[in-house]
Design a protein. Structure first.
Length: 171
């Protein structure tokens, strides 16, 4: 029995398909590679690897996704990066919020809901140390400023309400 007819591709067309595949990511890339594998290689992951230079494992997964209709999700995003300081030390974060609330005030113009605080990151660290939190749990000065901003406290000088000037009385 002879092999089914498959269209021949020029080197330029193969390079175009490789380029198109490189611009895609995740399930869309696998779906594209599976389609090209069916169209030009009869659904063979090994032939696809030889012809296009794509990983046969990726092509095999794409073919399985196409066959079953189920999309496989990777867990990279769930386990990538490090947790935020507030997530690692929730007790210290709660104490920091309590401390920042005591030193903050509403924007004097009432144009936004941002709370401005006179508390500096250095003072916040000092106060948390006084509350009994060990140095290992406390972030650096710069990180403390970022944490306070993330929590909604802006580290700026608080503008005091300015008294109105007395206008000269006409005589």
């Amino acid at each position: 029995m002879s092999e089914p007819w498959r269209p021949e591709l020029s080197q330029s067309q193969i390079e175009d398909l490789r380029l198109a595949s490189s611009k895609l990511t995740g399930p869309t890339r696998r779906a594209f590679q599976a389609e090209m594998s069916w169209k030009y290689c009869g659904g063979s992951a090994r032939q696809t690897e030889t012809r296009f230079g794509w990983s046969r494992h990726t092509v095999r997964l794409g073919l399985a996704e196409k066959r079953t209709g189920l999309i496989c999700c990777g867990a990279q995003s769930g386990f990538a990066g490090s947790k935020r300081w507030e997530e690692n030390y929730p007790e210290a974060a709660a104490a920091l919020i309590e401390l920042a609330e005591a030193h903050s005030q509403q924007d004097p113009s009432f144009k936004s809901s941002i709370a401005y605080t006179r508390l500096t990151s250095g003072e916040a660290l000092k106060q948390l140390k006084l509350k009994g939190f060990p140095n290992e749990q406390l972030p650096s000065l710069r990180t403390m400023a970022v944490v306070l901003n993330r929590l909604g406290y802006r580290l700026r000088k608080v503008v005091k309400a300015k008294p109105q000037k007395n206008s000269p009385k006409p005589t």
